[in-house]
Write a protein that binds this ligand. Structure first.
Ligand SMILES: [Zn+2]
Length: 275
């Protein structure tokens, strides 16, 4: 599970919600396009992240048997995506009306459940046609982007699913699938997400899902801390804090929560070593 917009999300959430309540869909569209430009610019330069995601695919995902792993993501970016060849496919679980050549969503692929939408998915404001575009994308990609539905001519905006109520018909399936996946998971690895208080819908999703498998589920938390490796006392204190937070959030959990404080990069390194 990934999230790299944690600090900004609260702001974006409220802004889009406010605009929706005022019925100002054109302003909401502009905000979504701004989010797109903001993320697309830096994303294209994040070489290190590209390498990490490639490692993640290579070491963890490509060796999995179908049905043994699923990914729930809150990220809008598309750093994680299917291979151009057939080596790795994802099931994005949505009914796309139009998919650009070289992209695909495969029902036998690994479920990649993007609960907040994705920047490479575009929705027509007029007819709700859902598009999946090819990457890389330029920051100007959505400027004047038109719907592919014949004769519609509607404007397409990035499918960022905030606030959720606006798109509930379209993305309800993702939340249902996330709940089903979490309820059946033996092991849940949480990478770079800290359940901030304002994320009530996500906390509720986990509470409800974990209630049914609290005796089985093992939780592993991969968090990024800036504590130096040799500072064992501080590290242990931080680990204890994280464990305590989980105990309070999910009191029914039986297994002890495992905590790794080295972030995604360290996690990938240790994963390689332990295989
Ligand atoms: Zn349309």
């Amino acid at each position: 599970m990934f999230r790299n917009l944690q600090d900004k999300k609260y702001y974006v959430d409220n802004l889009l919600k406010e605009l929706q309540h005022r019925g100002n869909s054109e302003a909401a569209e502009s905000v979504r396009k701004l989010i797109f430009k903001h993320i697309i610019g830096p994303t294209r330069r994040k070489y290190n992240q590209h390498t990490l995601y490639e490692d993640f695919k290579q070491k963890i995902l490509r060796n999995r048997k179908p049905g043994t792993i699923a990914i729930i993501s809150f990220n809008f970016d598309f750093l994680l995506h299917e291979d151009v060849g057939d080596a790795l496919s994802f099931d994005y679980l949505l009914d796309f009306n139009w998919i650009e050549s070289d992209r695909r969503s495969s029902s036998n692929g690994i479920p990649l459940i993007k609960l907040n939408g994705s920047l490479d998915w575009g929705i027509c404001r007029k007819c709700d046609h859902l598009h999946m575009y090819i990457y890389p994308m330029q920051p100007s990609f959505y400027d004047q982007k038109k719907c592919t539905n014949h004769g519609c001519e509607g404007v397409v905006e990035p499918f960022i699913v905030i606030p959720h109520e606006e798109y509930v018909g379209r993305i309800g399936v993702l939340w249902t699938k996330a709940k089903e996946t979490l309820s059946q998971a033996c092991k849940i690895t949480i990478i770079g997400y800290s359940f901030p208080e304002y994320d009530k819908r996500v906390i509720r999703l986990f509470e409800e899902s974990l209630r049914s498998n609290a005796e089985i589920a093992e939780i592993e938390v991969v968090d990024k801390s800036n504590i130096r490796n040799h500072n064992f006392a501080v590290k242990r204190r931080k680990e204890k804090e994280v464990k305590e937070k989980y105990r309070q959030m999910f009191p029914e959990l039986i297994n002890e929560v495992k905590v790794q404080l080295g972030g995604f990069e360290e996690y990938m390194k240790s994963y390689q070593e332990s295989q």
